[in-house]
Design a protein around this ligand. Structure first.
Ligand code: PTJ
Length: 257
């Protein structure tokens, strides 16, 4: 299936390409089979959002960029889905904001950890954390709790794309600023995030990088103003509204299938 060519003229070209990347991720041992289900869930929300970055998601991406630039030790957490979907984009964002990359899996196996570390290196990453696993997220059961003590364990700001709700809550309880990318504004991860970016990770990560480049010369006061001007609840409400409008449009037969 994954070698099927998707014509660029197809109205949902990007969505189909994304599916193929996830399929390839499973074939290469990077993405878990549960990752296919997660992708399907995400796609449904993306479809209703019109497969575009909304104004509120763009504002969240800018706030996330400001947090990353202000951080003492920012870490980008990488799971099997994002490793398959946007590895090069994650490496680029890490470089632009000076963040560590750490592989951190919900369904952790040594084989998958190593496959993802190698995959990120193939996409230009020099150092990738996650294999040391000498730290723990308190309150989470064993395998899912493993982190690097000097990576996520020590981070003040963590970007967690597609995080599971329990861990998102537990990372928040550790006092970390949590930047979440999740297409479902009602998911627990999005609800507990300092900054929820309700957008497809394939659009959200390059967008955070774009904002980080734009803010690179901003003063600390300017960055704090961006952070303080962001309101998570308003953003989540706007995303829910956009999804409801998508449902209404679908009823009118406006969406492409
Ligand atoms: O690689 P692992 O072992 O760490 O596992 C990763 C998954 C994603 C399988 C695991 O964390 C998981 O099961 O996640 P959930 O609980 O299914 O949550 C995934 C969330 O991400 C859902 O709310 C989806 O709507 C959302 N989502 C799925 N695909 C995308 C997405 N959000 C943004 N961009 C996507 N491409």
């Amino acid at each position: 299936m994954s070698d099927v060519e998707v014509p660029e003229s197809h109205p949902r070209y990007e969505s189909l390409l994304t599916r193929h990347r996830i399929e390839e991720g499973v074939e290469k041992g990077i993405t878990s089979r549960q990752g296919l289900i997660a992708q399907g869930r995400g796609e449904a929300f993306d479809y209703l959002l019109g497969e575009r970055t909304t104004g509120s998601a763009d504002a969240a991406a800018r706030a996330a960029a400001a947090h990353l630039l202000l951080a003492d030790h920012p870490v980008l957490s990488v799971n099997g889905n994002v490793a398959a979907l946007c590895p090069g984009e994650l490496v680029e964002l890490a470089e632009v904001v000076g963040a560590d990359l750490e592989v951190n899996l919900f369904n952790r196996t040594d084989e998958r950890m190593r496959a993802i570390v190698d995959h990120l290196r193939d996409h230009g990453a020099e150092a990738v954390r996650g294999l040391t696993a000498d730290g723990r997220i308190p309150g989470i059961d064993h395998e899912r709790a493993k982190v690097d003590a000097e990576g996520i364990g020590d981070a003040d700001v963590v970007l967690v794309p597609l995080e599971d709700g329990d861990r998102a809550e537990a990372l928040g309880a550790m006092g970390k600023v949590e930047l979440v990318v999740d297409l479902n504004p009602m998911s627990r991860s999005a609800q507990v995030a300092t900054v929820p970016i309700v957008d497809n990770v394939i659009r959200a990560i390059p967008n955070v990088t774009r904002h980080a480049r734009d803010l690179a010369d901003a003063s600390e006061a300017e960055l704090h103003a961006v952070v303080d001007g962001f309101d998570a609840e308003t953003t989540l409400a706007a995303a829910e509204r956009a999804i409801r409008e998508g449902v209404d449009d679908e009823g009118d037969g406006e969406n492409e299938s």
